[in-house]
Design a protein. Structure first.
Length: 403
């Protein structure tokens, strides 16, 4: 049983944004605690670029950087490097290269940046951005490119406006705008454009910023606790703009006992299933599908077409995982329906499940095993992408039959 009262690591999404700002503004320093692979790789790459930037701009030297499996690391680094003259290669997993990158490539074409996808990464040849005053970005697949362009553009005094090729209505981008406002930037944003007053730059003077705790990590542990445990986190931000912060409201609506930032499994066995549109918080899909399996009745998560383009096809992987546990599932538009069976552990054969490509799939498989399903989880190292601290946490607080 999970019984825990304590703190969480910092939000990886916000740390990555702060790392870009630190690279641009030497007077800015973010305070954070996180060991996630995405964060480590981006930090190392930005430090490497800082050390080699003069050599790169003065010669034809190709400099290589590692992005691993991380989409955020890959996109943030690609945009940032492209704003400097030089030749670069961003090494990454084959699976990451197969994910949609049209928004990034559209921006490169706007800026006259040469690029090509190779077997082991992305090659970039840049003379710097050709235009910086008014920038245009596409966000049909991801808002990470728009975020990276906005943050990187702050290094140019001429930058004033970011225009979107289609309406921007993302909570992840809103989180970026809120970060800039909290740091003192004068930002005006509507769904078609964003303006920044570059006459006033709050990071030209020394400024420190403490990154809030991570709701993605919290959502995983809250679900564990809602099914078998008692957990309270002491450093989560109330009214956080991190999309995964909605997890507490969702669990409470299912019947989970909640008191502020505390969740317990006291009501487990009485949870009633519901349907949720998860377009704005797609990363919660794997763990929430598991919760719905332990509710009574038909539960459904829909509206997140981007799930098929994540580290894995998360709809297919969760459908397969739940089916192997004995649950009946039906595919729906941008999601999945599961016929919940309450607290019952269904008859099933012991099986192996590969989670090596996707940390979120590992979270779902781990919860099912934690509840009693006979799963031999392969590729548990995938959790290092977002929550490497988990193994220490598990050893101290989480117990289940490991045989």
């Amino acid at each position: 049983m999970l019984v825990y009262k304590g703190k969480l690591p910092s939000s990886k999404s916000l740390v990555n944004r702060c790392l870009l700002l630190e690279a641009i503004f030497s007077s800015f320093k973010a305070q954070w605690s996180a060991e996630a692979k995405d964060v480590v790789l981006l930090k190392e790459a930005l430090l490497k670029f800082k050390d080699s930037s003069k050599d790169v701009s003065d010669s034809n030297t190709l400099v290589q950087f590692q992005a691993g499996f991380g989409g955020t690391t890959f996109r943030f680094l690609s945009v940032y490097l492209s704003s400097f003259k030089g030749e670069y290669k961003i090494l990454c997993s084959k699976k990451l290269l197969e994910r949609p990158h049209e928004d990034l490539f559209i921006f490169f074409k706007f800026q006259g940046i040469e690029f090509r996808v190779e077997s082991d990464g992305l090659w970039i040849q840049s003379n710097g951005w050709s235009s910086v005053k008014d920038l245009e970005v596409s966000s049909t697949r991801t808002t990470q490119v728009a975020t990276a362009v906005l943050l990187t553009a702050l290094r140019f005094k001429e930058f004033t406006r970011l225009k979107f090729l289609s309406q921007m209505e993302s909570d992840y981008f809103l989180m970026t705008v809120d970060l800039l406002k909290s740091l003192g930037f004068l930002v005006e944003w509507d769904s078609l454009s964003l303006k920044v007053d570059q006459n006033y730059n709050p990071l030209d003077v020394k400024k420190e910023f403490e990154v809030e705790a991570d709701w993605s990590t919290a959502s995983f542990l809250y679900v564990l606790s809602a099914l078998k445990g008692d957990v309270e986190f002491l450093n989560l931000k109330k009214d956080s703009l991190q999309p995964d912060a909605v997890v507490l409201d969702i669990l409470e609506s299912l019947g989970v006992k909640r008191a502020n930032f505390k969740v317990s499994s006291e009501n487990f066995g009485t949870y009633t299933s519901k349907s949720f549109d998860i377009k704005k918080y797609p990363d919660l899909f794997p763990v929430l599908m598991v919760v719905l399996a332990f509710c009574d009745g038909e539960g459904e998560l829909f509206g997140a077409s981007q799930l098929v383009y994540k580290e894995s096809n998360r709809v297919d992987e969760i459908k397969k995982l739940l089916s192997l546990c004995g649950y009946k599932t039906v595919s729906v538009d941008g999601g999945l329906k599961v016929f919940g069976c309450g607290s019952k552990i269904l008859d099933h054969k012991e099986f192996s499940f590969d989670c090596s490509l996707d940390h979120r799939i590992f979270m779902a498989a781990y919860i099912l095993k934690y509840m009693g399903y006979k799963i031999n989880i392969k590729g548990s190292e995938s959790i290092e992408k977002s929550f490497p601290e988990f193994f220490k946490f598990e050893e101290k607080y989480v117990f289940f039959n490991r045989s």
